[in-house]
Design a protein around this ligand. Structure first.
Ligand SMILES: Cc1cc2nc3c(=O)[nH]c(=O)nc-3n(C[C@H](O)[C@H](O)[C@H](O)COP(=O)(O)OP(=O)(O)OC[C@H]3O[C@@H](n4cnc5c(N)ncnc54)[C@H](O)[C@@H]3O)c2cc1C
Length: 422
């Protein structure tokens, strides 16, 4: 069998490992647009902040691919799949024949479309090269504007604050982390982030970026002028699936996959940020663009690629699992934290102690489907396990689950039954 994996990051690397373990003699080719061994995108903001050296970003070295007997084609992009023939087309004109292929091309940052969006010193943060470019620009700089209020925007803002820059965040939604959090939790996060050097402007959009030869000022739709030395845009990501147009792979936001991570084109699988998978908490297909989901999907896809039927293992579904640690703020949010207000199937329980302790649990028809913990995040693992287990019967124990002393030990008897494999 000839296997081709497109993408050399969380999903692609996990697939290489599981595929090679399951198919020791298989021919495996790994294609990636970026050069060099795989590295952690999660750490790019820490690298930007100067908290980790460049060499610690790398997950593997060149020897990794040799030792797994994987042929690497780095520095060239996949541009299409031939119709009717199992051929992957690359940007340099190469055509690669395959029997089974994994799409693990991840996602790219959304860009602004306002005037000045393409000026030098307007950055996004996704790659090692992005982090390096922002780092260079931040040398000697004093003021930065970060556009967006999601996780990557917050991590970029934190890194720039750590470098001593005064940072203004321009956030179009009425709260931070609007895709993730309910208004109450988001308000507490905002309150806890208030600090010298950080300004957060909510309900405000960038209208224009001005500058002579490089970004020097952001103008918002309220007419506010924000002089700056650099701009970082963190407005979410879009799966890298344009190259699949006309290939027979059905795409919504990401490449649509079934529970075996197979796309609609026979022999073609997808995993990671490029894939739209079943979400175990929301019970619908979603792109949960997170490292942990990408690794697990890559592992499962690799095993399915290797199996004769192509479908040996079911993927249990992704979960939105986000954490933020900034100064003394800790936040963990898992699953469906902000359900639709008008859906009577959901019930929400909270416990709060000032702005230092806040917990929120979301039940749908008696089953725990979401949790947010702010301040003391102990017990997050228990709640995650319960969300994953999909067991009912926990709503009457909501008060126990909201307790700061929640632990596996405390609820052992009940948990053992709930978490026992069926
Ligand atoms: C600053 C930052 C902080 C983050 N923090 C967290 C965190 O704390 N926790 C968490 O869970 N997640 C975090 N994430 C998200 C996480 O990094 C992604 O979910 C993860 O990288 C997805 O892995 P992936 O393998 O699907 O794709 P990617 O990491 O995007 O990799 C895609 C791969 O495909 C290649 N590629 C792309 N297009 C093509 C093409 N056309 N042809 C060939 N190759 C191509 C790329 O070169 C790359 O090798 C963070 C991301 C960023 C940017």
């Amino acid at each position: 069998m000839r296997y081709v994996i497109v993408g050399n990051s969380a999903a692609g690397l996990a697939a290489v490992e599981s595929l090679r373990a399951a198919a020791p003699g298989a021919e495996i080719t790994l294609v990636a647009a970026e050069e060099g061994p795989a590295y952690s995108r999660v750490l790019t903001s820490c690298y930007l902040a100067g908290q980790v050296p460049e060499e610690r970003l790398f997950l593997v070295d060149e020897g990794f691919y040799r030792s797994r007997n994987v042929e690497t084609l780095f520095g060239r992009a996949a541009v299409g799949l031939a119709a009717g023939e199992n051929l992957l087309l690359l940007s340099d004109g190469t055509q690669l024949a395959f029997d089974r292929l994994l799409v693990a091309t991840g996602a790219s940052p959304q860009r602004l479309t306002v005037p000045g969006a393409d000026l030098p010193r307007v950055f996004t943060l996704r790659t090692r090269a992005d982090a390096e470019a922002i780092r260079q620009a931040a040398r000697g700089a004093q003021r930065a504007v970060v556009v967006g209020g999601g996780m990557v925007a917050l991590k970029a803002a934190e890194a720039l604050c750590a470098l001593g820059l005064a940072v203004t965040m321009v956030v179009s939604s009425p709260r931070l982390l609007s895709q993730l959090l309910d208004p109450a939790t988001a308000d507490l996060v905002l309150h806890r982030l208030e600090q010298p050097g950080l300004t957060v402007l909510l309900r405000e959009n960038v209208a224009e970026i001005q500058g002579d030869g490089r970004a020097a000022q952001v103008v918002t739709d309220r007419g506010r002028e924000l002089p700056c030395d650099l701009v970082v845009v963190g407005k979410g990501v879009r799966p890298n699936v344009e190259w699949l147009g006309g290939s027979g792979v059905a795409v919504n936001r990401g490449a649509l996959v079934d529970e075996r991570l197979r796309t609609s084109r026979p022999g073609v699988y997808a995993a990671g940020d490029a894939a739209e998978t079943w979400d175990a908490a929301w019970e619908e297909r979603r792109v949960n663009a997170l490292w942990s989901n990408a690794v697990e999907q890559g592992r499962v896809a690799g095993l399915n690629l290797a199996s004769p039927s192509g479908a040996s293992l079911a993927y249990p579904g992704s979960l939105a699992e986000n954490s933020l640690h900034w100064g003394d703020l800790s936040l963990i949010a898992v699953g469906c934290v902000h359900p639709p207000a008008d859906d009577p199937r959901y019930r929400v329980y909270t416990r709060q102690d000032g702005d230092r302790f806040y917990r929120r649990l979301v039940f749908r028809e008696g089953r725990l489907v979401g949790a947010a913990l702010l301040g003391d995040v102990r017990g997050a693992g228990v709640l995650r396990s319960l969300i994953r287990s999909a067991a009912g019967g926990w709503e009457e124990r909501a008060a126990d689950l909201l307790s700061p002393s929640l632990s596996y030990g405390r609820l052992y008897r009940h948990l053992a039954a709930a978490l026992r494999p069926a």
